[in-house]
Design a protein around this ligand. Structure first.
Ligand code: MG
Length: 319
């Protein structure tokens, strides 16, 4: 790449960054990103998906979470627009915020049939609007699962981003479905969070670097990536390296035990997150670390034990 194209690329980056700062300075996503970009000290903000902690109803679960220092609640996206008031009321006066919204849409993005893509876009936009109202960091999506009709990788990437080569961007801005969705999310004050999965579940986007590379193609405050320790266990060569590749695009983390996908600590020695936590500290991570796991034991015993384990390992992660 010659000097001219370097210069051109630099100007594009600056313009995108400036536009993002002006348009979205007030949103939680933009703030977290700016903090992360400014190498702020990382913090361990614990979150849990609804139903992973003890409690017969949401109020009891939130009471438990508050008692154990959780700061985030992750909820499913299905029917979210009808739950906005309920969730806002439940969180009123508590030190817990909505961390992320987990999927809940219909259809999928990397689909050869337009009606399937359209269904995904319409239902995702509905969830993103509610996610923005709730102040969520974003809505987690998987663009294609193994059980859905596969599209070849090159076509899949073009479907999402509208282009494949970085240096084509100067002539033509990206136009894929994810560009439209990221723009919609940014305007709603939230983001689309790409979740890489392991090969048992998906053929497309299996590492944090894969997802971050798509974020780099589109470069919008409305598009971020996450890492899930469960999937990372099988696909990543280094937890620390994975989070470093996520960098300022990394907005969320899922947490589970590393042998059976239960509560952290339930798989004993296998449940080591220190290397990954080093990576989060190195990027000044400002997002949440959220429980997405089953449970072998008694939740009222193993969840507090997991909180203790994660805080200890966060302390052991020296950078
Ligand atoms: Mg996950």
């Amino acid at each position: 790449m010659g000097m001219n194209s370097n210069r051109r690329e630099f100007l594009q980056h600056s313009a995108v960054a400036a536009a993002a700062a002006v348009g979205l300075g007030g949103t939680s996503v933009a703030r977290a990103r700016a903090d992360q970009g400014a190498a702020k000290k990382a913090v361990l903000r614990l979150s849990s998906q609804e139903g992973r902690v003890p409690g017969a109803n949401l109020k009891e679960q939130l009471d438990f979470m508050e008692k154990h220092g959780f700061e985030g609640l992750e909820v499913g996206g299905r029917g979210l627009k009808n739950r906005v008031k309920e969730l806002k009321d439940a969180l009123k006066g508590r030190p817990i915020k909505i961390s992320a919204i987990c999927a809940g849409f219909e259809g999928w993005l990397i689909a050869d049939k337009k009606e399937v893509r359209d269904q995904a876009m319409a239902t995702m936009k509905e969830i993103l609007t509610a996610a923005g109202e709730l102040g969520s960091v974003g809505m987690i999506i998987v663009p294609a699962f193994n059980h859905q009709a596969a599209v070849p990788h090159k076509e899949a990437r073009e479907m999402l981003t509208g282009f494949v080569r970085w240096d084509r961007r100067a002539e033509k801005p990206p136009t894929g479905v994810l560009v439209e969705l990221a723009d919609f999310a940014a305007k709603a004050g939230t983001s689309v969070i790409l979740e890489p999965l392991n090969r048992d579940e998906c053929y497309f986007m299996r590492t944090v670097a894969d997802g971050a590379s798509i974020c780099k193609d589109i470069e919008s405050p409305g598009l971020t990536v996450m890492g899930d320790f469960w999937h990372m266990t099988w696909e990543e060569t280094s937890d620390m390296g994975a989070f470093l590749t996520g960098g300022r695009y990394l907005s969320h983390v899922h947490m589970a035990s590393r042998g059976t996908r239960n509560t952290p600590g339930e798989d004993g020695e296998a449940d080591n997150y220190v290397d990954g936590f080093k990576g989060l500290k190195m990027i000044g991570y400002q997002g949440y670390v959220s429980l997405e796991c089953g449970c072998k034991g008694d939740k009222s015993v193993v969840v507090p034990a997991a909180v203790k384990l994660l805080r200890e390992q966060w302390g052991q992660a020296k950078v």
